[in-house]
Design a protein around this ligand. Structure first.
Ligand SMILES: *Cc1c(COP(=O)(O)O)cnc(C)c1O
Length: 950
């Protein structure tokens, strides 16, 4: 513990966050031959990049102090009754779901379900989500979530372009679309050469070719239009049709799939997910038959396991097929799994009747407002409506102010129009208050009763959510047990280590998590006026400032809501910079062959041409090839994207030369910051040569992975790129409204989870953060050292050290014995571990990242499991078993398999207790899952219950 520790009472948080104490660290250091953490780092990190100065951050706060500060900030956010609409609605998260899902570590500390055998619970929950989306939209195949509604619309537009017969670059976009969606379309379309034309859907479609039509249903004005004639016209002219829609409205409205939509997108926020000041929320995308193989994002499907039982897994995309490097169609990696599951469970708990009742009540309140205002002679702009009316007033500012004084937030559309949107929480008193705020004069009008705002031709007649899962969990007891039963099937950080290289699965501390569901953070509408969000503004400003200090950059924007979006924002900044300097010709982006798939995908979506740079035998970027490519493209060089430390987990010594070289050719250096856990407090990308980086707060800064999202991917830039950070037309701070445009739907992206990263930095302090980095590097080197006698290590730097992760190479053993990297990964499940990252960045290898949060006992348990597995591989080599009939190939083993006829050439004990009989044995619920079967027989919504009967 450092001498200047500021918390005299209790244990400093950093000692809770870092898994090993001084004695354990001394043991690990002795094992690898170093006398101190500082010695180790001096040997591991190239001297030229080390920052001599400690980070200038506030002294570490204790958990109690940080929580008190956050409570004060939450208190400065004024929670009004938001009737702003615009894609964000107050909703009631059922407490049983809030506490046992959203706030439950078994759910939020899980990883993306790439290892389906240990992810059956969340895969089933995601299949529920897909079924909800598919049923409500009337389209057969939905994915497992996208990042937000605006970016989902962009994905839909790009999908229409791929799928439509028309070769035109023109897309028609409903002028009555949410303003933030229009703005994000604007940012994204220009980069990839799309021509966007806004159209008034009350008239006919314009002449000329177009590849797609995007319509809003209902529109931003609240209007509900019958889209059938327009869809027919568009189809007749060879174009595709996408509809952005509201899932709650679709319980009452004819679904998009029945009125001609090929694609439906939208947000499931109002299905029980707090507004979170803009995010995180799960967006959705659903497509008609024939388009399923074009879907971006992840898709859950049904397959069978080795014993023939149905089982869930990610379909069609074991390796994220849409992120196909330079042929990429989407860069989405981390999505919004935790929020998708929350929305899915809201539908499970309420069932179709409950959802229809909630929607009916929302609609009835809206009709009351419409009637009352008609009585008072106020003109309504939209004829039809579900939950929103826009009315004409003499002075919109005065009306909004009157409502706000009474605690209600309305939407000022322009000087003479106000938007009013009802939600699940709207009461009769709210209706009365709003009506009085709009038009206090009550006399004189004729009694009008607006019965319904939904046109007769668009009343929903088709059933939805008929599957038993949406009918069986109506009591709280049943719901509680369903959530428990699902999470019991899964392996998350609450059970043991998840040593996934590149993913940094560290502690998500309870003190960091608690504040996010406080009303002062959770219940804020992203378009609330500036005066109401003082707490959030301080939180965001401080976090951006701390992240700038940690990375050595001049400015940071937390708007991007995943790493992939941070990449895109950073590349768009580079693009705008070159354009402003009259160098628009610079369009080549150099990317090493070992890069993460999102890098190339983001480059394509930013309008760049990808040129691949070779990696050397030792995993480092081939600087000779880089020099050759720089020379070849010198006039057109826009940027290089490198990950540091490299995706191979080593601190490359050539990084400063690389930066110099690219700068000499007029290019910008993008440093992918996903591996920042090896740098924080040690070296700063903005100081050692980077112009721009994205960070992954869901990796380095303690935001939980949520089973595949939420994430936050801030973009950090040097001063010359600061003018090109994301802006937002609806930003609460006027100066941030104009600029390059938004990359996310909400001005502050996934604002609701920022208190987690804020608390992490606040409680660790500069010293704690540096020690976390050092301990992460120590842990990786300790594992590398202990595993090296048993498995060949792929890469180390010159001194034999790795950074914060290490790669073991199974290819020689596979060649010799037939035991594959898959077999090792699945056998680790029998030992009670989540597999390391498989076959990235090198096929046939495992990349192991222990993080600073794991203690020595857990590291040793992992080593013992790997050594035991090596023993089994040797037994295959020695002919004791064939690879096909080994415990490796048959892994994982379930409890059920023990009571079946036993024919394996090893014992039941060897099968399920390969490392003794631990008290907390994790039992996988299924045997190894067949991928190919599920892809041949694609089922992506809840399968009929009969599939599960023997
Ligand atoms: C995780 C990761 C990304 C992408 O981040 P997402 O939040 O999943 O979009 C990009 N690059 C690297 C090296 C990563 O590890």
């Amino acid at each position: 513990m450092s001498s200047n520790d500021p918390t005299p009472f209790g244990t400093p948080f950093s000692e809770r966050h870092i898994g090993s104490d001084a004695a354990a660290q001394a043991k690990m250091l002795a094992e690898i031959g170093y006398s101190s953490l500082d010695d180790l780092m001096a040997a591991a990190v190239p001297a030229g990049i080390v920052s001599p100065e400690p980070l200038r951050l506030p002294p570490a706060a204790s958990e109690a102090e940080a929580l008190a500060e956050l409570a004060a900030l939450a208190g400065r956010n004024d929670v009004g009754v938001a009737m702003i609409g615009c894609g964000y609605h107050p909703t009631i998260t059922p407490p049983v779901i809030r506490r046992n899902l959203l706030e439950a570590p078994a759910w939020y500390t899980a990883y993306t379900p790439y290892q389906p055998e240990i992810s059956q619970g969340r895969l089933e929950a995601l299949l529920n989500f897909q079924t909800v989306v598919g049923d409500l939209t009337g389209l057969p195949t939905a994915n497992a979530s996208l990042l937000d509604e605006a970016t989902a619309v962009v994905e839909a537009i790009l999908l229409m372009r791929r799928a439509s017969r028309s070769k035109s670059p023109r897309v028609l976009v409903d002028a009555d679309t949410l303003p933030q969606t229009l703005a994000v379309i604007g940012t994204r379309a220009e980069a990839v050469g799309l021509e966007v034309e806004l159209v008034d859907l009350d008239g006919p479609l314009p002449e000329g070719d177009f590849f797609g039509l995007l319509a809003s249903y209902p529109g931003c004005s609240g209007e509900v239009r019958d889209l059938r004639p327009l869809a027919d016209d568009a189809h007749g002219r060879g174009a595709a049709v996408a509809v952005t829609c509201d899932p709650l409205a679709l319980t009452l409205l004819t679904p998009p799939g029945e009125i001609g939509a090929d694609i439906a997108v939208g947000s499931t926020q109002r299905l029980g997910v707090p507004m979170f000041y803009g995010g995180p929320h799960a967006a959705f995308i659903a497509v008609r038959e024939g388009l399923e193989r074009h879907l971006p994002g992840r898709l859950v499907g049904v397959s069978i396991d080795a014993s023939g039982q149905p089982a869930y897994r990610l379909a069609l995309q074991t390796r994220e097929q849409h992120i196909r490097r330079d042929k990429a169609t989407s860069n989405i990696c981390t999505a919004q799994v935790l929020l998708a599951i929350t929305a899915g469970m809201y539908a499970v708990y309420h069932g179709p009747d409950g959802l229809r009742r909630i929607a009916g009540q929302v609609h009835a309140r809206t009709a009351e407002i419409a009637s009352e205002l008609e009585v008072r002679g106020v003109r309504r702009v939209n004829r039809h409506f579900f939950d929103t009316v826009v009315v004409e007033v003499a002075d919109a500012v005065a009306v909004v102010a009157r409502a706000r004084a009474a605690g209600i937030l309305l939407r000022p559309v322009d000087a003479t129009h106000v938007g009013i949107t009802c939600s699940e929480i709207t009461t009769a008193e709210h209706v009365a208050t709003v009506v009085d705020a709009v038009e206090p004069r009550t006399d004189g009008g004729v009694m009008v009763q607006v019965g319904t705002g939904i046109p007769a031709a668009l009343r929903r007649t088709s059933a939805f959510l008929e599957h038993p899962v949406f009918h069986r969990h109506r009591s709280e007891t049943a719901m509680l047990r369903y959530l428990r039963a699902l999470s019991d099937k899964d392996y998350a950080l609450d059970r043991g280590m998840i040593p996934l290289g590149s993913c940094t699965m560290k502690l998500n501390a309870t003190a960091e998590m608690e504040p996010i569901s406080w009303p002062g953070f959770a219940d804020m509408h992203p378009l609330a006026p500036l005066e109401d969000v003082a707490g959030y503004r301080v939180l965001v400003e401080q976090l951006e400032e701390w992240l700038a200090e940690i990375t050595g950059y001049a400015a940071v924007s937390i708007q991007p809501n995943a790493g992939s979006q941070g990449e895109l924002a950073g590349l768009l900044a580079i693009r705008a910079y070159h354009h402003d300097r009259g160098e628009a010709r610079r369009d080549v982006c150099l990317i090493p062959s070992s890069a993460h798939g999102t890098n190339a995908a983001s480059a394509v979506l930013a309008g760049f041409r990808v040129v691949v740079v070779a990696s050397r035998e030792d995993g480092t970027v081939d600087l000779d090839d880089l020099a050759a490519k720089c020379a070849e493209h010198t006039d057109r060089l826009a940027a290089v994207m490198v990950t540091y430390p490299s995706t191979h987990g080593v601190y490359e010594t050539g990084i400063t030369d690389l930066c110099d070289l690219v700068h000499r050719h007029g290019g910008q250096v993008y440093v992918d910051g996903a591996n920042l856990n090896a740098l924080v407090g040690i070296a700063r990308p903005g100081t050692f040569g980077g112009d721009v980086s994205h960070l992954n707060l869901h990796k380095t800064f303690a935001i939980p992975h949520g089973g595949g999202g939420p994430g936050v991917g801030p973009v950090a830039v040097a001063a010359h790129l600061a003018p090109y950070l994301p802006s937002h037309p609806l930003h609460p701070v006027p100066e941030q409204r104009v600029g390059i445009g938004p990359i996310s739907a909400a001005p502050y992206g996934s604002a609701g989870v920022l208190p987690i990263a804020w608390a992490y930095v606040r409680m660790m302090g500069a010293d704690g953060l540096r020690r976390a980095t050092q301990t992460a590097v120590l842990g990786a080197n300790y594992l590398a050292h202990r595993l090296a006698p048993h498995f060949p290590l792929l890469y180390t730097a010159e001194n034999g050290l790795v950074a914060h992760e290490c790669i073991v190479d199974l290819r020689p053993l596979t060649a010799e014995t037939g035991v594959s990297v898959d077999d090792v990964a699945k056998r680790l499940i029998d030992h009670g571990f989540h597999a390391p990252t498989m076959s990235f960045p090198v096929p046939g290898t495992l990349m192991i990242e222990p993080t600073e949060s794991e203690d020595l006992a857990e590291l040793d348990r992992f080593v013992a499991a790997m050594v035991a597995i090596r023993g089994e591989i040797d037994a295959v080599a020695a002919g004791r078993w064939s690879a096909e009939d080994s415990p490796l190939r048959h892994a994982p083993h379930t409890a059920a398999c023990l009571v079946e006829e036993w024919t394996a050439p090893y014992t039941r004990e060897e099968a399920v207790f390969p490392s003794g009989t631990p008290a907390g044995k994790y039992w996988p619920p299924v045997r190894r899952i067949e991928q190919a079967y599920g892809d041949r027989n694609l089922v992506c919504s809840c399968p009929p219950i009969s599939d599960f009967e023997n």
